[in-house]
Design a protein around this ligand. Structure first.
Ligand SMILES: [Zn+2]
Length: 301
């Protein structure tokens, strides 16, 4: 019996406010994993790390690596995400089919563990993978970073996966830029991560909340604990820039939760999308083509 479950306390369209139970701990969702690496260790309320990273932080999800390299990967703990067969978003159909087949074959023996939904750009394969994985505490959408660049495909994949996996399963979209958390949460994504906070800090980009070049700023338009009393040159330091980026992302998850509580997420998403082409494209596609999906979860009042 898995110790993990998502208790949904409120809906706002397909978006959900919830508590993710992990052992004794309850984490508010939507939420963001603090990605731990050998060089990055930021305190937060929930973590994710690859298997090589040594850490005592909890609660944590740990990856397992890739089935492309070996299918002899050992699964030891409840919080281990099952390995999957990695393929890109634009591979030929046979490759995507192989990835789904191999991912499902391994997962069969571990029916309670969190797993990755493969299927590349093929909607029917994503659904087949999601359906084949059954009921699990957490599902990860593969190719997150590439999907971001294709709003139509992203909307198709996220909405069909959300409708296929059980409602009380948490959905994790890795590698989302924090300013996209709004529209992704609106589609029913429960977990994000700090990967883009780290990647942007590495190349000197500040999240405001979209990525901006530090070199182009005369002032810091932010009042977080890092930015107060500092000038842009001060943030050329990786740790400081990362700390700002991380705080920005955490702020966004809190804003999202608060707006679901107030039944005002739709308004928040519209407001944020008005300043971001990618979010606006996703919102337009949702409105034009996914009305059933959006309305299905709206409570009748
Ligand atoms: Zn700041």
């Amino acid at each position: 019996m898995s110790m993990m479950t998502l208790e949904i306390t409120r809906h706002s369209g397909p978006a959900r406010l919830g508590k993710f139970h992990m052992g004794e701990q309850k984490l508010a969702t939507p939420n963001m994993f603090s990605v731990l690496t050998e060089a990055v260790d930021i305190e937060h309320d929930i973590y994710i790390a690859s298997p090589e990273v040594k850490t005592k932080r909890t609660p944590i999800f740990v990856g397992s690596g890739s089935l492309n390299i070996s299918d002899k990967i050992k699964i030891k703990k409840d919080n281990q995400i099952l390995p999957d067969y990695h393929v890109g978003l634009n591979v030929p159909r046979e490759m995507a089919e192989k990835s789904v087949r191999e991912t499902l074959r391994f997962a069969e023996n571990y029916p309670e563990h969190s797993a990755v939904i493969q299927g590349s750009r093929f909607g029917d394969l994503r659904e087949e993978c999601a359906e084949g994985l059954g009921d699990r505490p957490l599902f990860i959408i593969a190719n997150g970073r590439r999907l971001i660049r294709n709003p139509r495909l992203l909307v198709d994949v996220v909405s069909s996966v959300r409708e296929t996996v059980p409602p009380n399963a948490a959905l994790y979209f890795p590698f989302a830029l924090p300013h996209l958390f709004y529209v992704l949460a609106y589609m029913g994504v429960d977990f994000f991560d700090s990967a883009e906070c780290i990647l942007n800090a590495r190349v000197g980009k500040i999240l405001l909340p979209g990525p901006a070049d530090m070199a182009s700023l005369k002032e810091l338009p932010c009042n977080c604990s890092v930015c107060v009393g500092r000038v842009p040159e001060d943030l050329l330091d990786f740790d400081l820039l990362l700390s700002h980026n991380f705080q920005e992302a955490v702020k966004i998850t809190k804003e999202i939760r608060e707006s679901i509580r107030a039944n005002a997420l739709r308004e928040l998403v519209e407001e944020k999308a008005s300043g971001d082409v990618g979010s606006m494209a996703m919102l337009r596609i949702l409105d034009a083509e996914k009305q059933d999906f959006l309305e299905k979860y709206t409570p009748v009042s």
